[in-house]
Design a protein around this ligand. Structure first.
Ligand code: BEZ
Length: 211
């Protein structure tokens, strides 16, 4: 049975470009992003890992550790990192897991046999400090992911965790957020001193609480 939202993200140990890693130890009590790509030395993957490296500080600011994964072996990863650094003008500092026996890929459902029997698809998991899966996305090999969108989701998830608010469609950092239905209007008026915009009893906005 494949992983679903709210499930505990399974722990593992892995060989990576920065040494052997125990996943849970690596995450500590922070957030994690674990994402797979189909193969090393491929164009879209090169840009994805380059973009992730470029955004390393943004992930760190949010207390998020990032790990990439493919089923290629470690020596191949290490050679490819040089190419990513050179062509994308970055320094890849996050670990790339060499999952040659596909054990992690299989546990996380990153291999979709009708897309490819051998390679991982572009799966991405956001994992909370409670080690639960908060988001899963799956992209085809031909489409590079939007890592600004991944950061936007992390901002939304962290607002929910810290302030019991949700974020509307196309929300961007700094815009009004939504009071979740579980919070009564009476409680919301106390909790959100910046005030409420009550459009309907079930549609209540408040300014972003951490701004
Ligand atoms: C790529 O990263 O460019 C890629 C990988 C596998 C299939 C197609 C594209």
């Amino acid at each position: 049975m494949s992983l679903r939202l709210g499930d505990i993200a399974p722990n593992f140990t892995a060989q990576t470009t920065v040494g052997e890693i125990d996943f849970y130890n690596y995450l500590g009590d922070g957030w994690g992003v674990l994402f797979s790509h189909p193969a090393d030395y491929t164009p879209v993957c090169t840009t994805e890992l380059g973009k992730t490296a470029l955004l390393q500080e943004e992930f760190a600011k949010r207390n998020v550790k990032v790990l990439a994964l493919s089923v290629d072996p470690l020596d191949k990863h290490k050679g490819w990192v040089n190419d990513i650094n050179e062509t994308q003008n970055v320094t890849v500092g996050f670990p790339i897991i060499a999952d040659a026996d596909k054990s992690i890929a299989n546990t996380y459902g990153m291999i979709h046999p009708n897309a490819s029997e051998t390679f991982t698809v572009r799966s991405l998991f956001i994992i909370g400090p409670d080690k639960k899966v908060k988001l899963m996305i799956t992209y085809p090999a031909s489409t590079g992911r939007n890592f600004h969108e991944v950061l936007r989701v992390i901002d939304s998830l962290q607002l929910t965790a810290n302030y019991s608010v949700a974020t509307p469609a196309d929300w961007k950092d700094g815009e009004d957020v939504i009071v979740v239905p579980a919070v009564s209007t009476e409680a919301a008026l106390e909790k959100f001193p910046k005030g409420l915009n009550i459009v309907k009893p079930y549609l209540r906005y408040t300014p972003q609480p951490n701004k």
